[in-house]
Design a protein around this ligand. Structure first.
Ligand code: NAI
Length: 215
């Protein structure tokens, strides 16, 4: 087990992209690749790639390139994808149901054990065999089933309250889709997905091009 404590978060945030491209390569039965070819595929510079991957013991060999499968497995391990995680979704509306219906997360070991909502019309319904339950049962369910990840898909007004409940029930991580920054103690990890932030960057970039044209 190598120690990756020194690796910067900027490098870590690039790993899912490497992981995705390496998987594509394996599916195409390509088993080794140079940093230059990877660079052409991914768009990072070859020196960036060498620098990033050197953090993990440098799988590349001069004249050989990278062993795709080894690198894929190692990056998967760094990302913790070799483990299984138990999850619940809170808010079984449009987004909650869409995530519950998405099979890829399960493939990577994120097992969904329950959906929670307040809407009586949804109680007793199932998404892919997973029950939608009353959110009043959330804390007990998380404790009893040792749920590790809570996925918040509620309106933003209640997201903090849900995060507090999850925290009380000893959750490890929260994947938050509500457009609000929730506060949790240090022992809980939050990763936010604020789709509108990404959309607004696209909007900025579109306008930046316009400004250029006018100059
Ligand atoms: P929605 O209105 O379809 O679903 C929200 C669900 O949360 C409803 O079923 C509602 O009954 C439930 N809910 C309300 N209060 C609750 C509580 N205290 N406990 C448990 N469940 C509760 O809304 P949608 O579209 O699914 O969005 C959910 C959240 O995700 C919102 O915060 C939204 O801003 C955010 N979001 C949605 C995206 C989308 O593509 N739909 C994209 C990005 C963010």
């Amino acid at each position: 087990n190598r120690d990756y404590a020194d690796v910067s978060m900027a490098v870590i945030r690039r790993l899912p992209k490497y992981h995705r491209y390496l998987k594509d390569l394996m599916e195409k039965e390509i088993y080794r690749i140079s940093s230059r070819e990877l660079s052409r595929l991914i768009g990072f510079t070859a020196s960036q790639i060498r620098q990033d991957l050197n953090c993990f013991g440098g799988f590349g060999q001069q004249g050989y390139g990278y062993n795709v499968e080894e690198l894929y497995n190692e990056i998967g391990k760094i990302l913790g994808l070799h483990k299984n995680y138990t999850t619940v979704i809170i808010g079984a509306g449009n987004l909650g149901q869409a995530i519950a219906n998405y099979p890829s997360f399960i493939k990577y070991g994120f097992q969904l054990l329950g959906l929670f909502d307040v809407n009586p019309k949804l109680m007793g319904m199932k998404i892919r065999d997973i029950n939608i339950m009353d959110v009043d049962l959330l804390e007990d369910f998380v404790r009893e089933n040792k749920i590790e990840i809570g996925i918040i898909c509620t309106p933003k007004e209640v997201a903090q309250n849900i995060a507090d409940k999850l925290t009380k029930a000893n959750i490890n991580g929260i994947w938050n889709f509500a457009p609000v920054d929730i506060k949790v103690p240090n022992n809980v990890t939050v990763e936010n997905v604020h789709l509108s932030e990404s959309l607004f960057i696209l909007s900025y970039l579109l306008n930046e091009k316009e400004h250029f044209k006018k100059k």
